[in-house]
Design a protein around this ligand. Structure first.
Ligand code: SF4
Ligand code: SF4
Length: 439
């Protein structure tokens, strides 16, 4: 049960929006563009996604009609917070040539409006914390990121369904949202349970109460929200069980039969199996670095296009490159930072030498940095279990399957291990009831 939640009737969502706009917030919300959900400014709730849901699988994303008035019945969009704070392209400084030939350098400042983000999920909040660790809490603070992070309001929404690529329960980042938000909404058909998570959220809540926009949530409404969250968590674990059974039956078949089945069912399996890491990220951390010669790396390299889509959509990836863009007349130049990727040629080019000339080395760099080396740098894995890299990989590579394959070949996957993790997941569930977690 939640701590005294309020209830925001669906028809009053516009009142919350109007209040934020009156306080000079630029409201950003989920909208449909090119058959995908993107986040854009909006001033009317009618602009928001409604009556749709998403279907995601490896290399697969589709929006589908959903017979409900809900605005947020989908899992994660291709991108949400990262481009607003760590911008895909940002001018860091510029230089101007004076009439006397002197060069004057000045750091550019980006002045962002106050922004309110509607629909932020547990994985988005977890990823933002990791980006903060890198850009704000490391030895050097990134001024541009810090400026972009000022004056933002997060209106989080608890996921009401589990996507086929989601595994936030395995990274302990979801599906419950326990902190990092200003307002938290649990969506029901008739409206939203609303809780506050910051002073700013509390202040806004008090204003909504004064104008009688909010009601007291009934115990039935609280129960519905709790049941919805339990159902999402249950589905995530059920998906793990199916995945494990699929692996075990595959292992018990004779090689000839396996090969035959593989050719017949490969495409079907790719689109039907849930994609998860049915084991602890700590385990992967131990196994991956000891198996850099595993043949599965080469199999991956033969499929991977080195396109970098996975790193673009990943909400925690932070690699960048920098270059100068001079005016043709030589009067000034801009020094620009752009997103880069460990899959790009240039990213591994140092002093005339390409340190990761092969796709296999680039893929290993990505996966071992994300799942192993982040522990040394930031004290945890760099993966928050959102599944975006799986959905948006054009050839449908599922890195969870790759990691699982390597662990499995080392005898590190068993039913006991999975059941042990289920207990761990239940503990996270209880932590939410207690209002905190130990991520
Ligand atoms: S894993 Fe997929 S998305 Fe990532 S670089 Fe390879 S082909 Fe592109
Ligand atoms: S590695 Fe993939 S699943 Fe993990 S946070 Fe990045 S995009 Fe999400």
């Amino acid at each position: 049960m939640r701590d005294q939640p309020h209830f925001l009737p669906r028809l009053q969502l516009q009142s919350l929006l109007d209040l934020l706009i009156a306080e000079d917030y630029q409201c950003m919300g989920p909208q449909i563009q090119s058959n995908a959900i993107v986040f854009k400014p909006f001033s009317q709730v009618t602009a928001l996604t409604q009556g749709i849901t998403d279907y995601q699988d490896a290399g697969h994303y589709r929006l589908q009609p959903y017979d409900s008035p809900r605005n947020f019945h989908w899992n994660c969009s291709a991108q949400l917070l990262k481009p607003y704070f760590f911008q895909a392209e940002q001018v860091l400084w510029q230089v101007e040539k004076q009439q006397d030939g002197q060069l004057v350098f000045c750091q550019t400042q980006s002045h962002q409006p106050k922004r309110a983000f509607f629909g932020v999920r547990a994985c988005d909040i977890a990823a933002l914390k990791l980006q903060d660790q890198h850009f704000l809490h490391s030895e050097f603070v990134d001024d541009h990121y810090a400026e972009n992070r000022r004056n933002n309001l997060f209106i989080a929404v608890t996921c009401s369904k589990a996507g086929a690529n989601c595994f936030c329960h395995r990274t302990s980042d979801g599906p419950a949202i326990t902190d990092g938000y200003d307002l938290l909404l649990d969506e029901l058909n008739e409206g939203f349970l609303l809780q506050t998570g910051s002073d700013e959220g509390e202040r806004l809540c008090q204003q909504l109460l004064q104008t009688q926009v909010l009601e007291i949530a009934s115990s039935e409404q609280q129960q519905q929200a709790d049941q919805s969250l339990s159902q999402v968590r249950q589905t995530l674990f059920d998906n793990d069980d199916q995945r494990l059974q699929s692996h075990q039956s595959d292992q018990s078949q004779p090689p000839q039969f396996k090969a035959q089945q593989q050719s017949q069912q490969q495409s079907q399996q790719q689109h039907q199996q849930p994609k998860h890491l049915p084991f602890d990220p700590e385990l992967i951390r131990q196994v991956l670095m000891q198996n850099l010669d595993h043949p599965h790396w080469q199999e991956l390299a033969e499929t991977c296009l080195s396109c970098g889509n996975c790193t673009s959509v990943c909400p925690t990836c932070f690699c960048s490159s920098q270059r100068d863009i001079p005016e043709l007349d030589g009067s000034q130049a801009q020094h620009v930072r752009q997103w880069d990727s460990c899959f790009s040629q240039g990213h591994g080019y140092i002093h005339g030498y390409q340190v990761r000339g092969k796709t296999q080395l680039r893929y290993q760099q990505w996966l071992t940095h994300k799942l192993v080396n982040w522990y040394e740098q930031y004290g945890r894995s760099g993966c928050v279990g959102c599944g975006r890299c799986v959905t948006w990989c054009p050839v449908g590579i599922d890195f969870t399957q790759a990691a699982m394959q390597i662990c499995q070949d080392n005898g590190q996957i068993s039913g006991d291990r999975v059941r042990g993790d289920r207990v761990r997941g239940d503990r996270v569930s209880k932590d939410r009831e207690g209002g905190h977690n130990d991520n």
